[in-house]
Design a protein around this ligand. Structure first.
Ligand code: FMN
Length: 302
């Protein structure tokens, strides 16, 4: 049997397949459809300090080879998440990564401190890259702002910290390096690309928020390219994502430098895709006589 376990710094996973934030709810929604305990780690939908209603509908729109979403971080807020969602997540028995977002470094630190006191939280993912909140700039578009958020969270927690990067930048490696300098343990990339869609008969935007985030196969080549740049620019373990639909896509991300990968939009097409990809990776390693998944990480011949 090939070894599929991976270490992202202190965060140890039985296999390299995660479900991406916001595409798997709080996992309970999927429990009758897929064997959750087979997934390497579950990343929760992003939570904020206070409950948020999110954006007006429509919030989703299919595009050529992808989808646009403008959910706007709808969530029940930190305390309700802890009270109502965390206990069922804990029972699954796989590492639970809580995705968090806030407006300021101090607020990020406050959420991180609160979650650090809870045993079942395995790591925190800092969503500094949500594209559909109607704000002027993203934290992840500014190296200094990124540095300040990561530094504040690192001071507030001993949990592994994952910084989730935005593809909506000119030089993603500059942001990745800032996160590394501030002490981020792991990087994840990419979040969605800014996008929009038009309803021609009415000449109105399709999304209630006008702007949304593009995900799915349409973004895969760009995500791979950005992953490669970050892999070369930093020493941190990377969770790669962006358009992974099947085993082959997942392996391409690993070869380009991802230690682990996350599946997002594909969950909407096939809720079982994550466990199918885990089986597919195992098959690939067996067929190619590769004993350990780690041998593939960053093995691109370029
Ligand atoms: C409907 C939807 C909701 C999302 N919500 C979040 C979220 O709450 N937090 C976050 O960090 N990313 C969120 N994302 C981004 C995904 O986690 C992922 O980074 C992105 O979709 C790229 O991967 P994919 O092409 O496999 O979907 C969301 C994506 C989709 C499609």
């Amino acid at each position: 049997m090939p070894n599929l376990s991976v270490s992202l710094g202190k965060l140890k996973l039985a296999n390299p397949l995660l479900v991406a934030s916001g595409t798997f709810g709080y996992a309970g929604e999927y429990q009758d459809l897929v064997s959750l305990k087979k997934i390497g780690a579950i990343v929760t939908k992003t939570i904020t300090l206070k409950a948020q209603k999110g954006n007006p509908p429509p919030r989703l729109c299919e595009t050529y080879s992808g989808m646009l979403n403008a959910i706007g971080l709808e969530n029940p807020g930190l305390q309700a998440f802890i009270d109502k969602k965390l206990s069922s997540l804990r029972k699954i028995g796989v590492p639970i990564i809580v995705s968090i977002a806030a407006d300021t470094p101090a607020q990020f630190a406050r959420i991180a401190r609160r979650l650090s006191s809870i045993k079942s939280v395995a790591a925190l993912e800092l969503n500094i890259s949500c594209p559909n909140l109607g704000k002027r700039g993203l934290i992840a578009q500014d190296p200094q702002a990124t540095y300040r958020v990561v530094q504040a969270v690192k001071k507030a927690t001993s949990l592994p910290v994952i910084t989730k990067l935005s593809p909506n930048v000119t030089d993603i490696s500059a942001i990745a390096s800032a996160a590394q300098r501030a002490g981020s343990d792991i990087l994840s990339l990419v979040n969605t690309f800014f996008g929009m869609a038009v309803d021609l008969p009415t000449r109105k935007p399709i999304l209630g928020n006008t702007t949304g985030g593009l995900s799915g196969p349409a973004i895969k080549p760009q995500a791979l390219w950005m992953l490669r740049q970050v892999f070369r620019a930093t020493k941190l373990p990377i969770i790669g994502m962006g358009g992974i639909m099947n085993t082959r896509d997942a392996l391409e991300f690993i070869v380009c430098g991802a230690t682990a990968v996350a599946v997002g939009t594909a969950n909407f097409v096939n809720p079982r895709v994550s466990v199918e990809i885990i089986a597919g990776i195992k098959d690939y390693l067996n067929k190619n006589k590769i004993k350990n998944i780690k041998q593939l990480v960053g093995s691109l011949k370029a």
